[in-house]
Every structure is written in C-alpha cells, then in structure tokens.
Write a protein that binds this ligand. Sequence first.
Ligand code: ZN
Length: 183
Amino acid sequence: MWIDAPTIRTENDFIPLIRPKPGKSAVVVLNGPPLRLFCHYFRRRTWPCVGAGCPLCDRRASKRLYSYYPVLSLRGNPAVLELTPVSDQSLARQIAEYSDEPVGVVKVTRPTGRNNLPCEVSWREKRDTDPKPNGEIERTFLVRTLCRLWKLPCPDGDPGSADWVLELRQSLIFALDEMESNA
Ligand SMILES: [Zn+2]
C-alpha cells in the first residue's frame, strides 16, 4: 500500500509534487486541507522555514508562502499540489460555499510565459470520489512528501507540533552545515 512507501531515499526517487510548467495543466482530486508554510530557496534547494531561530532567515534567504494540498491523480495515485497564495485564494473563493470538507476536482493551469506565474485554478465539486479522504493518512503522506522534497528526514510525531518543528530545525541545521562545509 502506498502509505508504506519505503523510507530509504535514492537520488532517483520520484517526488510526487504537482507544479505545472508554463502552458501545462494538471487535473487532480482534492483530498484534504492544505498545509500552508513559508519556504526558502537557497543554494538551488527548497527548504522549510522553521520560524524562530531559522538558520535560513538568519542568512536572509528569500522566502515565499506556499500551500500544499494532498491530492489524488485521476488514476488514484497520491500526490501533493503546490499553490502560491494568489492561486490558493482563488481556490478558496471557489470552494467557499461548501463549508464542510470540500471534495472535488481541481484543474490547475500555469499560464505560458515566465516559470513562476501563479496558476489558474478551477474547482468543481465531486462527491462520488473514491477512495474517501482520511485526514490522518493524507497529512502523513503530505508531510513525508515535503520532507523528501527538502531532503530532510521526516520527524515522527504530530506534524506542526512544537517538538516536530524543533526536530525538523535540528535536521535542517545539520544538513545546512554539512552542505556549507562541503562547499
Ligand atoms: Zn526561515
């Protein structure tokens, strides 16, 4: 089962992050609430901002807010959809009338042009989605995928809790030190 994805990482591991290229679209099933967090781009890598005492904030690395949604491809494969705030707000407006757990299909299209233009998002409700979202599994998958993107070990415990963030911060400091000592 996909929730038992191997924890051993190789360079060729596929990270199921959905971030369409200019002129391209992706259609996915929204599968749970997003995780919204600031990320840094530093030395050609994405890193999470770990808040107070963040070593990348100390280095004045650029920082952007992202929303990461757990989604399923139309074939049912789990993935993570990355949206910038403009796109996320557009999605939020479209699903605002469905105040309870929204289940639906999202089409995300990156306009042609520069690589970082915000995606256009269109959403429609779809109640007959199968399998049904399971908050805890989706959140674990989401966080593990993000940690693989960041090339950091995924801490155990409740994602976003103080202990979890502290452990992530330690891993980040270690990875950064290692990278800079090899530079
Ligand atoms: Zn930071």
